[in-house]
Ligand binder design. Structure first.
Ligand code: NOJ
Length: 561
């Protein structure tokens, strides 16, 4: 059976406001993306996922939209999108849009109408509830961005639900008119020439019946509605309906990836099963939560064995049905080389190791802008350097409750989303060639060393290593389709696995550590006549039953039986 094209493609995520600014207003724009298409083609990526560029009041940087069919002037115009699609096509690069339809902006005309009166025809397009009989909030859920999910609206004396900020009211997917409006809008974009959608928190669209209270931990002001709201009872019905209304009648094959916090591997298998199409793949969150506790701000030490267990389970779980998306980074996650690599003396080696491990898994890899340069977290010190509303809302709650602001700051430096959002580092010039104005968020001072111009000029850079990884997925059937088997599961600092397809195989060995390590592998895991396919030091250890690895050394062997 012919496999979908995205089995062999790598997706590159652009966060447009931080990518390239051409008009000097300090914010990246679409023209900046068009101007950099040759850079992206050189890297070898074939799909660009653009974080939202639609009209938005921009409090959560575009992740709530006030007009789904127009472009925010800060990014450009619809004509720029058309040009981007056309210029992308010339370079074999497809454009995937971000679909944010769990919620809209409170400034979307749908919500403006909905809140205007109890009997407005759009009233039921959002989730409205009166207070409970005792006058308390409709339920006890806390929002992802702190505080309650309920906001009181004076005009009609009821509360509306917002799982995120109060400027992000949740759409009521139970109403078929809402679903139709969304599907019509999706068709409109596909007709314009885009190649698919990344769907924001799509597994939150079907809310649990009756909206019951969530578990409330002692001392907490609100309960946790998340386990109740995620993967709700009508989710698969809505996704099937979307598939039928939008994708089924088209002959072009599109890429759809649903962001699904809290999804498990079995349910991901159901949603991404090509026998009963809904989505091509999902973004699951299990692996990016392993160094966080009950909240994302609880710092838990990184443990490689836990990571192996998690990713290994996803590889096996989606072996026969479904498909994995593979990611370390996106606009919500801190920079991977700072998080799980060594962004000081082994920045280059560890960035390459992280790329090797991810890209050699089975699935579609996602590269987030700057990851291909080994960009690092920003050296944030004080709270006024942060801009992200998730961080700022949380800080306000800590202050209001006389909490420990120092430990909160430690967590923001480590996990804060602004780490991913500092401007792309193009060159050594002031503000890294990102903008000739004042960038909306500070540029990392290490841009004098870590930047695209330097990386392109250095054959040993992370950039060129990523190019080779991306090319391998295209050229090597085993990378794209081979079966995954984890090796050395209990090793605390070596990540190793094989990929096999018929008589062909790959063995990946990566020393995830500042210390040297050696491992023993028998002939079934690594035949001694295997040859090196890619490695991150200038010389690689030859295949043998005993392999010695330098700090952060990663090597991939290719063999046939
Ligand atoms: C997930 C997005 O990735 C994140 O950036 C955003 O804040 C929330 N969804 C709300 O849309």
């Amino acid at each position: 059976m012919e496999q979908p094209w995205w089995h062999k493609s790598v997706v590159y995520q652009i966060y447009p406001r931080s990518f390239a600014d051409t008009n000097g207003d300090g914010f990246g724009d679409l023209r900046g993306v068009i101007d950099r298409l040759d850079y992206l083609a050189h890297l070898g990526v074939e799909v660009l996922w653009l974080s939202p560029i639609f009209k938005s009041p921009q409090d959560d940087n575009g992740y709530y939209i006030s007009d789904y069919q127009d472009i925010d002037p800060m990014f450009g115009t619809l004509a720029d999108v058309d040009e981007l699609i056309a210029e992308g096509k010339k370079r074999n690069i497809r454009i995937v849009m971000d679909l944010v339809v769990n919620h809209s902006s409170d400034e979307h005309p749908w919500f403006v109408e909905s809140r205007s009166s109890l009997d407005n025809p759009k009233r039921d397009w959002y989730i409205w509830r009166p207070a409970r009989e005792d006058g308390s909030l409709p339920n006890n859920w806390s929002s992802f961005f702190s505080g309650s999910v309920w906001e009181f609206d004076e005009t009609t004396g009821e509360y509306f639900m917002h799982l995120f900020s109060k400027k992000q009211p949740d759409l009521n997917w139970e109403n078929p008119e809402v679903r139709n409006a969304v599907f019509t809008m999706m068709n409109w974009w596909l007709d314009r020439g885009i190649a698919g959608f990344r769907m924001d928190v799509i597994n939150l669209i079907s809310k649990v019946e009756g909206l019951p209270d969530g578990e409330q931990a002692p001392g907490h002001e609100f309960g946790n509605g998340f386990p109740l709201t995620a993967n709700g009872p009508r989710l698969t019905e809505y996704l099937r309906e979307m598939y039928e209304a939008v994708f089924a009648h088209r002959s072009d094959v599109f890429l759809t990836v649903g962001e699904c916090p809290g999804i498990d591997v079995d349910f991901a298998g159901v949603i991404t099963d090509s026998e009963n199409p809904m989505l091509d793949m999902v973004f699951q969150f299990e692996h990016v939560g392993i160094d966080q506790g009950s909240s994302k701000w609880d710092i838990v030490p990184f443990d490689l064995k836990t990571l192996k267990k998690s990713l290994g389970r996803w590889q096996v779980g989606l072996e026969d049905r479904g498909w994995n998306s593979l990611y370390w980074n996106n606009h919500d996650q801190p920079r991977i080389v700072s998080r799980w690599g060594n962004d000081r003396e082994y920045r280059v080696e560890s960035a390459k190791l992280l790329g090797t491990v991810l890209h050699m898994h089975r699935g579609t890899p996602y590269v987030y802008q700057g990851e291909e340069l080994g960009m690092t977290n920003y050296p944030f010190e004080t709270i006024d350097q942060f801009q992200d509303l998730e961080t700022l809302n949380h800080y306000k709650t800590v202050v209001d409750h006389n909490g420990d602001t120092e430990s909160a700051l430690r967590a923001y430096r480590r996990y804060g989303r602004d780490n991913a959002r500092t401007p792309m580092q193009w060159d050594i010039s002031v503000d890294a060639g990102f903008s000739r104005g004042k960038p909306w968020l500070a540029v990392n001072p290490n841009h004098t060393e870590v930047n695209a111009a330097a990386a392109i000029g250095d054959p040993n850079s992370v950039f060129h290593y990523y190019r080779r990884l991306i090319a391998l997925r295209k050229s090597d059937e085993v990378v794209a389709e081979g079966k995954f088997t984890m090796l050395l599961e209990d090793h605390p600092s070596v990540y190793a696995f094989t990929r096999t397809l018929d008589s062909q195989g790959l063995t990946v060995i990566a020393n995830w550590s500042d210390e040297p390590n050696s491992v023993s592998l028998d002939d079934s895991a690594l035949p001694t006549d295997a040859v090196t396919l890619i490695h991150n030091y200038t010389d690689a250890p030859s295949a043998s039953s005993e392999i010695s690895l330098r700090p952060w050394e990663a090597v991939v062997y290719r063999w046939a039986r």
